[in-house]
Write a protein that binds this ligand. Structure first.
Ligand SMILES: Cc1ncc(COP(=O)(O)O)c(C=O)c1O
Length: 391
């Protein structure tokens, strides 16, 4: 491990903090839900503690400085220029997408997503009485790409497409060419494109994601919650150049009560974007090292499981097709046999069924434990299969 200024090695006991990851699913080693087992950047903790030392926690408004923090971050890092009037605050990316679905589409409409994809896209569409239309990504020679002919055909049937950029769970940064083709197709079919860019900062060191071009039919969702491990504060913004769209969405978010602000979120978000950039850069190195550890481990110790190469997110997509088992059964077996909790690939769509998703945003000690359990689980599975063949 390289020298780091910040502590990414200590194992932090998160039990007893009402953690979704650690407190609600028994004693399994949780390598599923997308939050990190690292402490936040010291600047964030300090700012939140300072605010907590003031003993009144009443209703809070979103200051312009919070929008300035977003604007500065995207301008400085990605050359993506936003202005305050083009943005709106929301308590989260999924609440914003839910509001957009309600105000920009009708009950019964189909909405396009690219599977395998973040499972909550399915729920938010279906829970709002809309239908999922899948543009299945093509998996060939260990890589994913977009089926543009299918996309073109399916965009003619929808009013909205939700893009995951970079893509969870496959960890892919969409290229400028891919984004330009998607943009062109959405425009030609009059489709509103929602670009969920929540994972955008978590790229391999030296690699940058490509923000979606801010044209008139595009709404971008941004949030520091993944990058800085502050999902519990529930905070995000949307950005669009289209004034009419923005007004409609703001109005719906107001109806949905999703535009209000958590007293600590304001403080945490500003400390993240304004004072924690060096922490993020170190984090990216640590995640990259973890990824290399997994890659080397699988290649030498468990070649039956293949890592799908990726350049973003801390979520690894493991090709388990050689095990010839449904992902639900496989993840269930690993939980039962080894106490290892990985996400079943089928959670992210039918075409995810040959895969498991593994969250590697944890100290090396937990990562090694997870890998040992994975190997032991696969060996146990093979032994059972061998035995049952002999019966
Ligand atoms: C692609 C994607 N979008 C949105 C979210 C959740 O965002 P929020 O907590 O702001 O609703 C996640 C969380 O894992 C995600 O992976």
């Amino acid at each position: 491990m390289k020298d780091t200024r910040y502590d990414f090695e200590s194992v932090i006991d998160r039990k007893g903090t009402n953690s979704l990851k650690w407190d609600f699913f028994g004693d399994d080693l949780p390598m599923w839900v997308a939050d990190m087992d690292f402490s936040v950047a010291p600047a964030i903790q300090k700012a939140v503690m300072k605010r907590a030392s003031h003993p009144v926690f009443g209703y809070t408004v979103v200051p312009d400085e919070l929008f300035d923090a977003y604007i500065g971050w995207w301008d400085r890092r990605y050359g993506f220029r936003m202005s305050r009037e083009e943005m709106a605050y929301s308590i989260g990316v999924m609440p914003s997408i839910s509001s957009m679905i309600r105000c920009l589409t009708d009950v019964g409409d189909e909405i396009l997503i690219q599977s395998p994809v973040y499972h909550v896209f399915y729920y938010v569409i279906e829970d709002n009485g809309r239908k999922v239309l899948e543009n299945e990504l093509i998996y060939e020679n260990g890589e994913y790409r977009i089926d543009f002919d299918d996309l073109d055909e399916k965009l003619s049937k929808v009013k909205m497409m939700i893009l995951c950029n970079p893509h969870n769970p496959i960890g892919k940064i969409w290229s400028r060419e891919d984004l330009a083709r998607i943009d062109e197709l959405c425009k030609s079919h009059g489709v509103i494109l929602i670009s969920d860019e929540i994972h955008c900062d978590l790229t391999d060191p030296g690699v940058k994601y490509n923000p979606f071009m801010p044209s008139d039919n595009v709404v971008t969702c941004l949030s520091p919650s993944k990058s800085f491990n502050i999902a519990g504060f529930q905070s995000s913004v949307i950005h669009t150049k289209n004034k009419e769209l923005l007004e409609a969405i703001k109005n719906q978010m107001h109806i949905d009560n999703s535009d209000s602000c958590n007293v600590f979120a304001v403080t945490a978000v500003m400390a993240a974007y304004n004072d924690s950039e060096d922490w993020l850069e170190e984090l990216k190195e640590v995640l990259y090292e973890n990824k290399q550890t997994v890659k080397e481990f699988l290649a030498s110790e468990l070649p039956v499981v293949k890592l799908v190469e990726c350049d973003a997110t801390y979520l690894l997509w493991l090709d388990c097709s050689a095990l010839r088992m449904s992902s639900k059964a496989l993840s269930g077996f690993l939980r039962q046999n080894q106490g290892l909790f990985l996400s079943a690939g089928s959670d992210f769509g039918r075409n995810g069924d040959d895969f498991l998703r593994m969250n590697i945003a944890c100290p090396p000690e937990l990562l090694s434990e997870g890998l040992m359990k994975l190997k032991a689980g696969v060996i146990a599975l093979n032994n059972i299969n061998r035995l049952s063949k002999n019966i």
